[in-house]
Design a protein. Structure first.
Ligand code: FAD
Length: 432
């Protein structure tokens, strides 16, 4: 039995295998193609959707990990596709390199993160898949191919956000940047003013985001400024980090969520307290320690990318929805941005994007009505759903959102003609 981190999906694969060599995977894929069976590579199981669910062979990628090579001059690092993001700083830091941008956490595998279009924040920076210069992929016929600017280049914009539909990624080559530090400023500010100035705030900062606790009028803003690696560090003291990030953000928060789940009426009062005890600090640390945090309170999440200009209206509409329906929402709404990119199924394809993510505690009941209503608002604002987070869209609804949707399907036909990597979720979002 396998389940996702958010406890949103269960699977009982026919077999679970953890190969360590490409040749083992090639044999497995060929055998599955002959038997008319399926294979599903899986990373850390941090997607909320059924994108990684299989009744066929589940292929765990933990043993495809570690640093395979580094080209220091070109700042390229090739890593096993199952390498956890948390391991990357240590592996490439030795060479004075870092990943250009990261999301909220670092538990995911590189392959899982890029395959669903995982992103962080920063209007001049793309999602993690835009950092990928090349991959090695095993196709649905068991062929091992390299895809880069010089080998099979026509496939690069499809495979970088490939939804696990095109093959098994064996290695990923990242285009890195010189190691850097981040100066972080976290402040509570009036939500209305933050929304009014949202676009300017995004443009003025390297990395800007905010959290809004429903039932409050406060935004907890986070502004990160990139500095060279030799800028002095002023990290959070160990005790402070423990209190803020472990006790308050996880342990106390878990207890509060559990109480609210049984007594939703007290949610507004607790949220008003939460926005006072979190988010007022400044520190400077190495980049990955600022970008990522630990999240141990389990939740369910829906996130949409909208044109960045639409963020303030879309968020105000979410606020109005919560008021009109008298909902009790304990988890904060997270708002971020990313640069436009050219990856075919990237949620930021061709447009400067803002991201709005809504969450519910994993034990909350009746979460679907909230997610459905927020989804409707996001669709009214030309939204595109995150591929790893909850949404209800089908291929017919997704096609008009992506200029290269049918090109992606043509690549799928070419790389996985027997649908070895299919599952019901991909049937829904891509078609059979
Ligand atoms: C607590 C939490 C925080 C998160 N924060 C963010 C965030 O800040 N930003 C954001 O954008 N998203 C975020 N996410 C979503 C998450 O980054 C994505 O769902 C991501 O796909 C998870 O990576 P994974 O390794 O768990 O992949 P999985 O969920 O295991 O797999 C995802 C997909 O990748 C495919 N895949 C995995 N390995 C391979 C491989 N080797 N070859 C081919 N396909 C493969 C799978 O088949 C599946 O289709 C968060 C999720 C959680 C639970």
């Amino acid at each position: 039995m396998w389940r996702t981190w958010g406890r949103t999906e269960l699977a009982t694969p026919e077999r679970i295998l953890a190969p360590s060599h490409a040749s083992e995977i090639q044999d497995l894929v060929r055998e599955a193609a002959e038997r008319g069976s399926t294979v599903k590579p899986i990373g850390a199981g941090h997607s909320f959707t059924a994108i990684g669910v299989t009744e066929g062979v589940q292929l765990r990628t933990d043993r495809l990990h570690g640093l395979m090579s580094v080209d220091r001059d070109r700042r390229l690092a090739t890593l096993g596709a199952g390498t956890r993001l948390a391991e990357v700083p240590r592996l490439i830091g030795y060479y004075g390199l870092a990943m250009e941008n990261l999301g909220d956490i670092d538990r995911q595998t590189i392959a899982g993160a890029i395959s669903t279009g995982t992103h962080g924040t920063g209007s001049r920076f793309g999602g993690l898949a835009t950092q990928v210069a090349a991959v090695q992929l095993i196709t649905g016929t068991g062929e091992l191919i390299t895809i880069s600017a010089t080998e099979n280049p026509e496939l690069l914009d499809a495979v970088r956000v490939g939804l696990g539909a095109l093959g098994v990624l064996v290695s990923v080559t990242l285009r890195c940047v010189p190691a850097f530090t981040l100066a972080a400023t976290e402040r509570p500010e009036p939500l209305a003013a933050v929304l009014d100035a949202f676009e300017q705030r995004c443009d003025a900062a390297d990395h800007f985001e905010f959290y809004w606790f429903p039932h409050t009028t406060t935004a907890l803003t986070k502004t990160n400024t990139r500095l060279p690696s030799d800028a002095g560090l002023a990290p959070l003291k160990r005790g402070q980090r423990f209190i803020d990030d472990t006790l308050v953000s996880n342990e106390l928060y878990r207890a509060l969520c559990a109480v609210q789940s049984g007594m939703p009426a007290i949610t507004p009062m607790i949220n008003r307290t939460a926005d006072k005890i979190t988010g007022n600090r400044s520190f400077t640390d190495v980049s990955h320690r600022v970008f990522t945090t630990r999240r141990t309170v389990r939740f369910k999440e829906l996130e949409y990318a909208v044109p960045r200009t639409a963020v303030p209206d879309a968020l105000r509409a979410v606020g109005q929805l919560i008021k009109d329906r008298d909902l009790r929402i304990s988890f904060p709404v997270e708002v971020r941005s990313a640069a436009a990119d050219q990856l075919w199924l990237s949620t930021a394809h061709d447009r400067l994007s803002g991201y709005i993510a809504v969450h519910r505690y994993h034990r909350d009941r009746d979460t679907q009505a909230y997610f459905d209503a927020v989804e409707e608002i996001m669709l009214d604002h030309d939204g595109r759903p995150h591929w790893g987070k909850l949404h209800t869209l089908t291929a017919d609804q997704l096609r008009p959102k992506y200029r290269h949707f049918d090109d992606f399907l043509a690549v799928r036909d070419r790389l996985d003609p027997h649908r070895v990597f299919a599952n019901p979720h991909l049937d829904r979002v891509l078609g059979p």
